[in-house]
Design a protein around this ligand. Structure first.
Ligand SMILES: NC(=O)c1ccc[n+]([C@@H]2O[C@H](COP(=O)([O-])OP(=O)(O)OC[C@H]3O[C@@H](n4cnc5c(N)ncnc54)[C@H](OP(=O)(O)O)[C@@H]3O)[C@@H](O)[C@H]2O)c1
Length: 300
């Protein structure tokens, strides 16, 4: 299939590389032109604009920072919707509020294209291997058209309702993780003075009732961060986590509810970003709160 990926950030680049691996003819575009080079070297065709990309493919995939990025890539001058999108399949995977996808779906459909949203769980590694967790929103018929391509990008895809439902579900599934990172930091404040090996601690905590799956997949990186070590290049950085938390708080307001734990977590991560943690991988966040100091045993 001829597939276009517009937006080659960490996730878009990994997804595009995987789509090449599984045999698609992939065309790419990115606002910052440098990021096109590795994909082009891996066999992708390149487009000079989103509109040109839309004209060259049968299906379009986007995964972009936020609402503003989505607006720019779809509706900007030479955006996707300025191209020949009629009859084509559009799969939008960014983490944004549901209303952003609902409004976009109307505009895409008005151009005669098929629209499915499918934000994802899982980071760069799973994206590169086609092992993301997808939560799709769209009509039953549209989802059926997108399903084969989604199944190549995801180890599991759930169709959770009409457009907008995928975003609601994505925000819901990320919220406990982001709160947990801060909870783990506070938990470490209570036991840091014991001097136990953080690698052992992550393994032990992962065997207790309070542990989420993240400890199994990111425990080693979190332990490295607690030891003050390097967690490697960021896959999902603190700036992006902050963006997700702000999106959750905004979506809570849209639903007529306050999310007090989420709001408080957002306030803590705002402090982390002010102190220069924004570009670090999210797995370093549990180390942020303890880094502000905790007393050793026996000291008042
Ligand atoms: N990283 C993860 O682990 C992960 C996991 C699940 C979901 N997500 C979600 O996936 C989305 C992308 O995340 P990411 O980590 O891949 O982010 P990223 O590396 O920062 O990439 C963001 C992409 O959006 C583009 N972009 C931003 N503003 C734009 C604008 N105004 N006009 C055109 N393009 C613009 C960037 O273009 P430039 O290169 O020109 O800046 C880049 O291609 C986010 O919604 C994130 O929440 C991320």
């Amino acid at each position: 299939m001829r597939v276009g990926v517009a937006g080659l950030g960490r996730m878009g680049a990994a997804i595009a590389a995987h789509l090449i691996d599984v045999g698609h003819e992939v065309t790419v575009w990115n606002r910052t032109a440098d990021k096109v080079k590795p994909l082009s070297a891996a066999g992708a065709k390149t487009a000079a604009s989103p509109a040109e990309l839309a004209g060259a493919v049968e299906a379009i995939v986007t995964i972009l920072t936020n609402r503003e990025a989505v607006a720019a890539v779809y509706e900007g001058p030479n955006g996707l919707l300025a191209g020949a999108v009629k009859g084509k399949l559009v799969i939008e995977m960014s983490t944004v509020q549901p209303e952003t996808e609902v409004a976009l779906a109307e505009k895409v459909r008005a151009k005669g294209a098929i629209f499915v949203e499918c934000p994802v769980g899982g980071t760069v590694g799973p994206a590169r291997e086609g092992r993301l967790l997808g939560v799709a929103g769209g009509t039953k018929d549209d989802f059926a058209k997108a399903q084969p391509l989604l199944a190549q990008m995801c180890r599991r895809v759930e169709h959770v309702g009409p457009v907008g439902a995928g975003s609601s579900m994505k925000l819901a599934l990320n919220l406990p993780l982001m709160v947990y990172y801060q909870a783990l930091g506070e938990s470490y404040v209570l036991c840091k003075h014991l001097g136990l090996d953080p690698k052992w601690l992550m393994e032990f905590l992962s065997d207790t009732s309070g542990a989420p799956n993240i400890l199994k997949v990111r425990g080693a990186k979190i332990a490295a961060a607690l030891e003050g070590g390097d967690v490697g290049p960021p896959a999902f950085d603190v700036d992006n986590i902050r963006k997700d938390l702000a999106t959750m708080v905004a979506e809570g307001k849209t639903r007529g509810a306050r999310l007090p734990v989420t709001e408080q977590t957002l306030a803590v991560y705002d402090e982390a970003i002010k102190e220069g943690w924004g570009k670090r991988d999210g797995a370093s966040l549990p180390a942020y709160w303890p880094s502000r100091g905790s007393r050793p045993l026996g000291k008042a």
